[in-house]
Design a binder for this molecule. Structure first.
Ligand code: SAH
Length: 218
C-alpha cells in the first residue's frame, strides 16, 4: 500500500471507531457510512477535517451535521429497502446520500437553491441515482410525493410541523430535533399508528433552526 492509501485506511478505521463508540451499532448504517465519503460533501479548507466527528460549516451559513449524530438519527429512523424517505434540510447532501443506500427512494428538500444545486452535483458524481433534491420550504413537506414511510428533519422546529405529521404513512416513523433554536434541543422519534402518534425522546442535540420560506439566494 502507498502511504496515502495507508492514511486513508487509518482515517476510515478511526471514523468508524468513533461512530461505534458514540452508539452507532446498526451494521447497515455503519456500512453505508463506510461507503459514502464525507469528504465529497465538504468544500474548501474544512475538507481536511471531514473524518473528524464534528459538525462543519458549509455554504449559506449552514452546517453539515456531526457524523455520529447522522448515524444515530439514521439508526433511529429504522429505514428498510422498500422505503420512500423524505429528508427536510439537504444541506451538503451527506445525510441524503447515507439514506439513499438504505432506502428505495429519497426525496430531499432545502430552502437554499445553491445547496440543492451543489448536492445534486455530488449525487451525480458518485452515481446516487435514487435521490431527488428540490428547493422548497420543507415545513410543508412534499405533498406531490406524499405519503412517506420515513421522514427525517435535520433542522430544529419548536414542534413537529403539522404537514409533515400528515404526510407520514400509518406505521411510518419521523425523526426530528425539536426545541428553541438557541437552546439545547431534543431529538424525538414520532411513530404513526392506526390511532394517532407516539413520541419518544431520544437525546439532546443542537441543530440550525427550521426557517420559513425560501433562502435569499433563490
Ligand atoms: N442534512 C444536512 C445538514 C442540514 S443543516 C447534511 O447532511 O449536510 C440544516 C439545513 O436545513 C440547512 O441547509 C437549511 O438551509 C435547511 N432548512 C432550514 N429550514 C428549512 C426549511 N423550512 N425547508 C427546507 N430546508 C430548511
Amino acid at each position: 500500500m502507498t502511504d496515502d492509501a495507508d492514511d486513508d485506511a487509518t482515517r476510515k478505521m478511526q471514523f468508524l471507531f468513533a461512530l461505534r463508540s458514540k452508539g452507532v451499532t446498526d451494521r447497515r448504517v455503519l456500512s453505508a457510512m463506510e461507503r459514502i465519503d464525507r469528504g465529497a460533501f465538504i468544500k474548501g479548507l474544512f475538507a481536511a477535517r471531514a473524518y473528524e466527528d464534528m459538525p462543519l460549516p458549509i455554504a449559506c451559513g449552514q452546517t453539515i451535521s456531526q457524523p455520529s449524530v447522522v448515524g444515530l438519527m439514521t439508526q433511529a429512523l429504522n429505514v428498510t429497502a422498500r422505503d420512500k424517505v423524505l429528508e427536510v434540510g439537504t444541506g451538503s447532501g451527506y445525510q441524503a446520500a447515507i439514506l439513499s443506500l438504505l432506502a428505495r427512494r429519497v426525496y430531499t428538500v432545502d430552502r437554499h437553491k445553491r445547496l440543492v444545486r451543489e448536492a445534486r452535483e455530488v449525487f451525480a458524481a458518485i452515481d446516487l441515482a435514487n435521490i431527488t433534491a428540490f428547493t422548497a420550504d420543507g415545513s410543508f413537506g412534499l405533498p406531490d410525493q406524499a405519503p412517506f414511510d420515513r421522514i427525517l428533519v435535520t433542522a430544529a422546529a419548536e414542534d413537529p410541523p403539522g404537514p409533515l405529521l400528515a404526510q407520514l404513512k400509518i406505521g411510518g416513523i419521523m425523526v426530528l430535533p425539536v426545541g428553541q433554536s438557541d437552546a439545547v434541543q431534543s431529538l424525538i422519534r414520532v411513530t404513526r399508528t392506526e390511532d394517532g402518534f407516539e413520541y419518544d425522546e431520544l437525546r439532546p442535540v443542537r441543530f440550525v433552526p427550521l426557517v420559513e420560506g425560501l433562502g435569499r439566494d433563490t
